[in-house]
Design a protein around this ligand. Sequence first.
Ligand code: SF4
Ligand code: SF4
Length: 501
Amino acid sequence: MKTFIPSKFIVERDPARCIQCQVCVNQCSFAVNSYDAADNEVMADENNCVGCHRCVVFCPTNALNIRKNTLDYRENYNWRPEAIEDILKQAETGGMLLTGMGNDKGYKVYWDHILLNASQVTNPSIDPLREPMELVTYLGRKPDRVEIDPVTHTLKNAMPPQVKLNVPVMFSAMSYGAVSLNVQHSLARAATEAGTFWNTGEGGLHASLYPYGDHTIVQVASGRFGVHSKYLNAGQVVEIKIGQGAKPGIGGHLPGEKVTAEVSRTRMIPIGSDALSPAPQHDIYSIEDLAQLVYALKEATGYRKLISVKIAAVHNVAAIASGMVRAGADIIAIDGLRGSTGAAPKVIRDNVGIPIEMALAAVDARLRQENIRNQASLVIAGGIRNSGDIAKAIALGADAVYIGTAALIALGCTACQQCHTGKCAWGICTSDLALTKRINPEIGSRRLVNLLRGWAIELKDILGGMGINALESLRGNRLHLRGIGLSDNELKILGIRPVGD
Ligand code: SF4
Ligand code: SF4
């Protein structure tokens, strides 16, 4: 059927620079570029261009530019181009609109309306180049009270299991099949080198990744793909996935084309079969049921591993988190409105959930009010972009953050939102064997370690500027935050004062 949807991008090729090398033809996995041997000319079918920039980056003569197609519709505040084009797509396909990555709507990004404090005159700032600064974070249940032996000066309490992070940043769940094995290798190596954790997602753990177990979080989702006793004991944390920010209340779907022989072995499902994770965990219909699964997993792992429970940030998130702590979770992971995914129904991604900043503030406040904040660590996710966001998250009450999209961007992703197509030109969200080779785990892990290193240096600078020498002193310390351009109600939910106050 002829599409009525205009191309989103214009591929500009400078004929004076193009040497017809066909690099762009080979690099574009969306079949935009083609070579006409008769005319010795490279051409573009712009309808397929997704603006991923792969061809631009690899063109040896800088002959290419991709720019937005600015074809205008008549101005209409209600019928904006996206609304019109979504209807056209559904009129052509008769199906649900699928998309990748996270919510791209103009909902307020609260991080950009929160400002950090700095010391001046009194409580002087600390120079992180000359003074030791501590970013180490321990995740896990903490005892209600700490007893120190007066003679040996050691801790008398028996501590529940803890995991140590050198930086308060972990790589969030991205399953094998949704991302390529080389991406998982990059994440696992980087987590090991940087002293943090990566997360298997719901797709099981490939045999080649078991050596990274000391820095691995293994996930148990509703589909139970690849879950067995060896898997549960392979990592340091077992994460029960109830929901994710990009699609709260929705299950997962890995199309059969992505279930290759290796994916099928790891997930323990037939080659080529669709991997459908049901929307609910069918054994969890109450907090008591969740407690049973938490303790079943603790039992299965000899009470040596932490149990994390991950939910999407939704309207009554604080009450849900309180129940999760009471169910025995050691880590509460909350994924906000802007959390990403390999594939989600667009209508869910764009309209369901709440921003992580609000969810975090509400959950931390509720757990403190109920005097159970020490019983679980709080890890948040969903659109963390830089060290400034991390510092604000810590001051709002998070123990650590998960990053997904930011990690993929470090590997080359341009957030083109085509992850669900399986054609990712950067070799990230694909099972295509030729494309997956585009990620070299050695280079990928180096880029990820560099990113975490850069953020760690910046976090130390931020802390030093506040006159603080340990991240622990910033945690939940909302006095270091001020809101700008926020209503009284927003300030109240965030628990922060306005600028100038
Ligand atoms: S590689 Fe990406 S940006 Fe270049 S033509 Fe193909 S889809 Fe467009
Ligand atoms: S992972 Fe690949 S397909 Fe997905 S948004 Fe990034 S570049 Fe695009």
